[in-house]
Design a protein around this ligand. Structure first.
Ligand code: ATP
Ligand code: MG
Length: 669
C-alpha cells in the first residue's frame, strides 16, 4: 500500500504502473497501438501531482492541443474523484490548469512571448501559415524580379518555393543540395532561389512575422546560444512528457534534448515507431530508436497488452505490424475473452457502390451503436466525396475532420487579416491582403501604402491622404473601422466591427457571399471564448475549428444533431479510437499510392499509415476496395498489397461483385 488515494495498481498493468510511477530520470515507453501509452501519461500526471510535484514544473507535449487537454482533463477528474478527508486532492485537481501543455508550436510561441525581453525580440509578432508564407514569397519575388531571369527553365511557383525553404530547414539540407537532388528542372535558378530565401528571412524579421518553422527554429537557436534562457527552462520544467514521440522532427528532438539534458530534468517520451506517418514534414522515427544513445541511462519500458481491440481485430493488426520492416518488434496480446468478429474485406465495382456498401453496413449496425461510434478513415478528404454524398442522401449525420481547413478559406483569411494588423501593424502581408480587396487598389498601390503606413510609425493616417484616398472610396471607412476597433474592449466587439465593414465588400466580390458568411458564426463563437487578440489568433493558427460545414445534420426541423459519425483523414485520426471503423480505397495504386511503389521509405510510410487506420478499431473493421475510380478514369484490378500479402484467412471476404474471369486465383484479390 503506497498510501495513495487513487488505486494505480488496479487501474494499470504492471508495466504501465512502472512507467507512471518512475518519476525521475529518462524513460522511453515504446509500445504498439492501443496499449495504453496515452492512458499511462494521464495517470503519471496525476501521480506526479499526488507526489508533491508542482503543476508549474510539468511540461506536456502532444500532437494536438485537443489531445493535451484531454490528458489534463482526465488527470483532473482522477484527482477530483479521489477526495481525501482534507480535500487536498480537490485543490490539486484545480491546480492542474497550471501545467504547461500543448503542441511544440504552441509551447514555442508561449516561450517567445513570455521571454521576449530576455531574448530581445518583439512579443507582438504574427504567425504566417503556409498560405501566408507563399504570398510573402510571391510579393518579394515580384519586387526583386527574380522570376524574370532569362533561362530556358521556368521559375518555380510560390508553393514549390515555400516547400523547398521549409524542407531545407526541417531536414537540415542546403537549398542548393535539395534542388540539385530533388528539383533538377529549376537548377539554373539556384542562386536566385538562395537569394530569395535570404530576402524572405529578412522580410519576416523586419515585419515581426514568424512562419511555423521559425517558431521552433528560433527557440532552438536561443536555447543553444543563450545560457540564461536554457538554464531558466531547465529549472522551470523539471518534468517533461511527450506523446507520439515517433512523429518529432530534428528541430523538435533538439528542443527536447536542450531542455532535458541535465540529470535533474525528468523526461518520459511515449511512442510507437510503427505509427510514424509525418516524414513528409521531416518527422524522423529514428528519434525513437536514438533515445537510448542520447540518454544511455534511460529506462526502456514496453507495453504488451492491447486494451482497445477484440482478439479478432488485434490478430489482424499484429499481422500488419509484422510486415513493417524497421523498428522494434512488437506483438500485442489481448486480455479479452470474447473473440469478436474478423475484419471484413469487400471489393466493389466503383466508388458509388462502395459508398452504398458503407452506408448499408452503418444502417444495419445502428441498432447496436450510435452514429458517434462509427468512423470512416480516408487517405485524403477528397477520397470521401462519394461517401459524403451518400450519407447526405441517407440522412446519416457526420462531421469531416482534416482536409481543407476552415482557416484556409479565403473569406476567413480576409477577416483574420484585419485582426492581424490590429495586433501587429507591421504585418505587411495582411495589409496587402486587405488593401487589394478594394477595386482600384492594385498590388503596387498596396505596397506603397503599406510602406507609407510603416514609415508613419504604423499609424493608419496614410489611408486618408489624398494620394491614396482617391484610389478607392473604401479607405476612409476602413480607417474609421480600424480606429474604432482599436478602442474596442473585447475580441467579440472587434470581430463584429470587422464583419460590419467586410460583409458589404464580400458581397461585391463574391456571388456566394451568403454561404461564406455562414462561417462567420464559427468565428464569432470562437471570439467569445477569448479575452485577448493574441490568444484568439494563436488558437486559430494552431488549433483551427474542424471543418464541419459538410454536415447532413440540419434535418427537417433544422435541428442541430449531436450524435454524428466521423469522416476523417488517417492523419487526423491518430491516437483516437472508435467501435466501428471503415477504411476505403484499398487498391494497389491508391493505397499504397503508385508514386510510392518504387521507393522503399515511402512505401514503408504508406504501410504505417494503413496500420494506424486499422488500429483505431475496437470491435469491427471494414476494408473496402472499388475497381473503378472516376477521378483517375481508371480501373485498379489489384487489391492493396497490404491486404493481399497477408494470408487470406486473416479477413472475412465479402464480395458484392460477380467474378469476371474464370481463374484459379481468388477473384476478389
Ligand atoms: P495509440 O498508439 O493509438 O495512441 P495508446 O497506446 O495511446 O494508443 P490508449 O489510447 O492510451 O492507447 O489506450 C487504448 C484504450 O485502452 C483506451 O480506451 C484505454 O482506456 C484502454 N486501456 C489502456 N490501458 C488500460 C488498462 N490497464 N485497463 C483497462 N483499459 C485500458
Ligand atoms: Mg495514444
Amino acid at each position: 500500500d503506497l498510501g495513495l488515494e487513487i488505486d494505480y495498481a488496479s487501474e494499470l498493468n504492471a508495466n504501465q504502473l512502472l512507467a507512471a510511477t518512475t518519476i525521475e530520470g529518462k524513460v522511453l515507453v515504446i509500445a504498439g497501438a492501443g496499449s495504453g501509452k496515452t492512458k499511462t501519461l494521464t495517470y503519471r500526471t496525476s501521480y506526479l501531482i499526488e507526489n508533491g510535484v508542482s503543476p508549474k514544473e510539468i511540461l506536456l507535449l502532444t500532437f494536438t492541443r485537443k489531445a493535451a487537454n484531454e490528458i489534463k482533463g482526465r488527470a483532473k477528474t482522477l484527482l477530483a474523484s479521489s477526495l481525501t478527508g482534507d480535500g487536498e486532492n480537490q485543490k490539486d485537481s484545480q491546480a492542474l490548469n497550471a501545467i504547461t501543455s500543448g503542441t511544440f508550436h504552441s509551447f514555442c510561441i508561449l516561450l517567445l512571448r513570455q521571454y521576449s525581453g530576455l531574448l530581445g525580440i518583439n512579443p507582438r509578432f504574427t504567425i504566417l501559415d503556409t498560405g501566408d508564407s507563399e504570398d510573402a514569397i510571391d510579393l518579394i519575388n515580384k519586387e526583386k524580379k527574380y522570376a524574370t531571369n532569362i533561362t530556358s527553365q521556368a521559375f518555380p511557383r510560390k508553393k514549390t518555393l515555400q516547400k523547398i525553404f521549409s524542407t531545407s530547414r526541417n531536414r537540415r539540407i542546403h537549398i542548393r543540395e535539395l534542388i540539385e537532388s530533388g528539383y533538377p528542372d529549376i537548377a539554373t535558378h539556384i542562386s536566385a532561389i538562395e537569394q530569395l530565401a535570404i530576402d524572405f528571412h529578412e522580410y519576416k524579421r523586419a515585419n515581426h512575422l514568424y512562419d511555423f518553422d521559425d517558431i521552433i527554429g528560433q527557440v532552438v537557436r536561443h536555447l543553444k546560444t543563450n545560457d540564461k534562457f536554457r538554464q531558466l527552462l531547465q529549472t522551470h520544467y523539471r518534468y517533461v512528457m511527450v506523446d507520439e514521440y515517433q512523429d518529432t522532427n530534428i528541430p523538435q528532438k533538439e528542443l527536447i534534448d536542450l531542455i532535458c539534458t541535465p540529470e535533474s530534468v525528468s523526461l518520459m517520451v511515449v511512442g510507437d515507431d510503427n505509427q510514424s506517418i509525418y516524414a513528409f514534414r521531416g518527422a524522423n522515427y529514428e528519434n525513437i530508436l536514438l533515445f537510448g544513445e542520447t540518454y544511455p541511462d534511460a529506462k526502456l519500458i514496453k507495453l504488451e497488452q492491447n486494451y482497445r481491440s477484440t482478439p479478432a481485430v488485434l490478430n489482424y493488426i499484429n499481422a500488419l505490424s509484422d510486415e513493417i520492416t524497421l523498428g522494434y518488434q512488437k506483438q500485442l496480446y489481448s486480455g479479452s475473452q470474447v473473440e469478436g468478429v474478423k475484419p471484413v474485406f469487400c471489393r466493389l465495382s466503383n466508388e458509388t457502390k462502395e459508398a452504398k456498401y458503407i452506408a448499408d453496413k452503418i444502417i444495419a449496425l445502428k441498432s447496436e451503436y450510435d452514429y458517434q461510434d462509427f468512423a470512416v478513415l480516408c487517405r485524403t478528404s477528397f477520397q470521401s466525396n462519394y461517401i459524403q454524398l451518400e450519407f447526405m442522401d441517407r440522412h446519416i449525420p457526420f462531421i469531416v475532420i482534416g482536409g481543407i481547413k476552415f482557416i484556409e478559406r479565403r473569406h476567413i483569411k480576409d477577416v483574420l487579416a484585419f485582426v492581424k494588423i490590429l495586433y501587429n501593424p507591421n504585418d505587411t502581408i495582411s495589409w496587402h491582403r486587405i488593401l487589394t480587396l478594394f477595386k482600384g487598389v492594385g498590388s503596387v498601390t498596396a505596397t506603397r501604402l503599406t510602406q507609407a503606413i510603416t514609415a508613419d510609425n504604423n499609424s493608419f493616417e496614410p489611408l486618408l491622404t489624398a494620394r491614396f484616398a482617391k484610389k478607392s472610396d473604401q479607405l476612409m471607412p476602413l480607417y474609421k473601422m480600424l480606429s474604432q476597433a482599436n478602442q474596442a474592449d473585447s475580441v467579440e466587439k472587434i470581430i463584429t466591427l470587422i464583419l460590419e465593414f467586410y460583409i458589404p465588400v464580400l458581397k461585391i466580390n463574391e456571388d456566394n457571399w451568403r454561404e461564406r458568411s455562414e462561417d462567420f458564426r464559427v468565428l464569432t463563437n470562437l471570439a467569445n471564448e477569448h479575452d485577448s487578440l493574441d490568444s484568439f489568433l494563436e488558437n486559430l493558427a494552431l488549433d483551427p475549428p474542424n471543418d464541419s460545414v459538410a454536415t447532413a445534420g440540419k434535418f427537417e426541423q433544422g435541428e442541430e444533431e449531436t450524435d454524428k459519425l466521423t469522416i476523417s483523414t488517417i492523419h487526423s485520426a491518430k491516437g483516437l479510437e472508435w467501435p466501428v471503423v471503415f477504411v476505403n480505397a484499398l487498391v494497389d495504386g491508391i493505397t499504397p499510392h503508385y508514386r510510392s511503389l518504387n521507393d522503399f521509405a515511402e512505401l514503408e510510410e504508406e504501410r504505417k499509415l494503413f496500420y494506424v487506420a486499422c488500429s483505431r478499431a475496437k470491435h469491427r473493421l471494414f476494408l473496402t476496395a472499388p475497381d473503378y475510380f472516376s477521378s483517375y478514369s481508371g480501373y485498379f484490378d489489384k487489391a492493396s498489397r497490404f491486404i493481399a500479402e497477408l494470408s487470406i484467412d486473416k479477413v472475412k471476404v465479402e464480395t458484392m461483385k460477380q467474378p469476371v474471369i474464370e481463374s484459379d486465383e481468388p477473384v476478389w484479390w
